[in-house]
Design a protein around this ligand. Structure first.
Ligand SMILES: [Ca+2]
Length: 481
């Protein structure tokens, strides 16, 4: 199929290709790239949308339908102006994105307009369309008022999502001070209070053989990563080498005060903390420190082990530290299946790589090793303060806007269904979309279906056929004529 290239769009697309590399090299962190696909007829809507997105920090380029191929892979989000019959090839792109119902409404219902958001393999596509160009312009205005642009342009800002955000937006902060190599350091850390409370209310009667799971929990990963990035940036500015950087992280953890408060009230005598608990409690005993330090090392990409050592005869206490696999190191080490793991203590300030705590009392010759792993699992969470229905009375169409964050380490391949529920878990009307959300990303999608106006609307999220989240009755967040 051949299409005559449209003058304006082609020129813009080519200009973009020249500008992009320098723009990305020049600024440290370039803004997101928003691509607007428009024909000549919708130029006014394209201009309005372009100004709006620029105001949100995006680099914006307007291309013709034939220019999309050249920029699609670079784009954070692609905005398509016009429905299935839009001229100059735009309609073919819209048709690929829209459902049959959406296409039919746009073609047949005079006065109809809407925005339709999809996420394909981590990239947002937004169709803004109406029955004619007048309504397409109205669709742009509607989208701008909705406030949905931020996750579409900044899907990697998952740390701004509280998975429990519907409860409270409060945050918990903590200040850390430590010394390494004779120098003093300090920094602050803030996490959602609900994240901390989630861990506090989690099961802590965990046999010590299973403590590795405490270092592998995906929900805290964005915060652990943010903490690690700050620490690594400090280490870099000091010019530390690899081993010094490991010791610097250990010093950060070692300076969190030692306390047994929570452990002594447990029946088993041990209260193993999740890393966020140790950080926010600003205290813990040996396993809490070791689990936190192992988590930081794992996030850096190191192969680590939690090391349990028992007391020598007559010494009642055991101890837990960390071992890290290194090609070269110093001091206490073990060979496990051909890999050399070096000991590092997480509890006692001043101890460096290879230096054991209390070797005269603790038996380092017969340790038990636990191997935490960053498991590759998806962990989708509906962003509850952003979900709702918009009813359009002239067409009896419900538009459900769904925002979902993936806190896991693997892609979340989701099936999202929204509709008007009836008895027996069935729907009177509904629509279902497949959405694949990359790890540590947020995706926004809209689902449209017809139904009796202002009916209760149910939302279900499934992964591999299994229900992972649902909302029984969504709030109405907007009404259109
Ligand atoms: Ca503990």
């Amino acid at each position: 199929m051949s299409r005559a290239p449209v003058g304006m769009g082609m020129v813009l697309a080519l200009t973009l290709l020249f500008l992009l590399p320098t723009a990305h090299m020049g600024a440290g962190t370039p803004g997101p790239l928003a691509v607007i696909v428009s024909n000549e007829a919708d130029a006014r809507a394209a201009e309005a949308l372009s100004q709006f997105l620029s105001g949100r920090g995006a680099e914006v380029v307007v291309v013709s339908a034939s220019g999309l191929d050249q920029v699609e892979d670079l784009a954070t989000a692609i905005f398509v102006l016009g429905g299935p019959e839009a001229y100059e090839g735009v309609g073919e792109i819209s048709s690929r994105i829209l459902t049959d119902l959406e296409s039919e409404l746009l073609l047949k219902r005079s006065g109809y307009f809407n925005f339709f958001i999809r996420n394909v393999d981590g990239r947002h596509y937004v169709v803004l369309a109406g029955h004619t160009r007048v309504e397409t312009y109205q669709a742009v205005m509607l989208f701008e008022q909705g406030g949905y642009q931020d996750w579409i342009l900044y899907p990697s800002r998952i740390s701004e999502v509280s998975p429990f955000g519907y409860k409270t937006a409060e945050v918990a902060s903590r200040e850390f001070r430590w010394t390494y190599a004779g120098q003093e350091f300090s920094m602050g850390l803030t996490v959602p209070k609900d994240l901390y409370l989630y861990y506090v209310s989690s099961e802590h009667q965990i046999p010590y053989e299973d403590w590795a799971v405490l270092a592998s929990d995906p929900l805290s990963r964005p915060y652990i990563r943010s903490l690690l990035n700050k620490l690594l940036s400090m280490a870099r500015s000091q010019g530390y080498n690899g081993i010094q950087t490991l010791e610097f992280l250990a010093a950060f953890v070692q300076h969190i005060p030692y306390n047994l408060e929570k452990d002594v009230i447990m029946a088993s005598g041990e209260y193993p903390r999740f890393p966020i608990e140790t950080l926010m409690d600003y205290g813990g005993d040996c396993e809490d420190h070791a689990i936190l330090l192992a988590t930081l090392y794992m996030e850096m990409g190191y192969d680590v082990a939690l090391v349990i050592v028992w007391g020598k005869p007559g010494f009642p206490a055991g101890h837990m530290g960390v071992a890290v696999a290194l090609d070269r190191g110093q001091g206490l080490r073990w060979d496990i299946n051909g890999t050399t793991y070096y000991y590092i203590d997480a509890t006692q300030p001043g101890l460096l790589l290879g230096e054991p705590l209390l070797p005269e009392y603790l038996d380092y010759e017969h340790p038990i090793f636990l191997f935490p792993k960053l498991e590759s699992i998806p962990m989708p969470v509906l962003v509850r303060n952003r979900v709702g229905v918009i009813w359009q009375s002239s067409t009896r169409v419900a538009t459900v806007v769904v925002t979902v964050a993936n806190f896991g380490q693997d892609w979340a391949n989701l099936t999202i269904t929204a509709g008007v529920p009836i008895m027996g878990g069935r729907y009177l009307n509904s629509t279902t979309l497949e959405v694949n959300v990359p790890p540590s990303r947020v995706a926004v999608v809209t689902l449209t279906f017809q139904g009796p106006l202002r009916s209760a609307v149910k939302l279900e999220v499934r992964m591999g056929g299994k229900l992972v989240d649902q909302i029984g009755s969504l709030p109405i967040v907007g009404e259109l004529p």
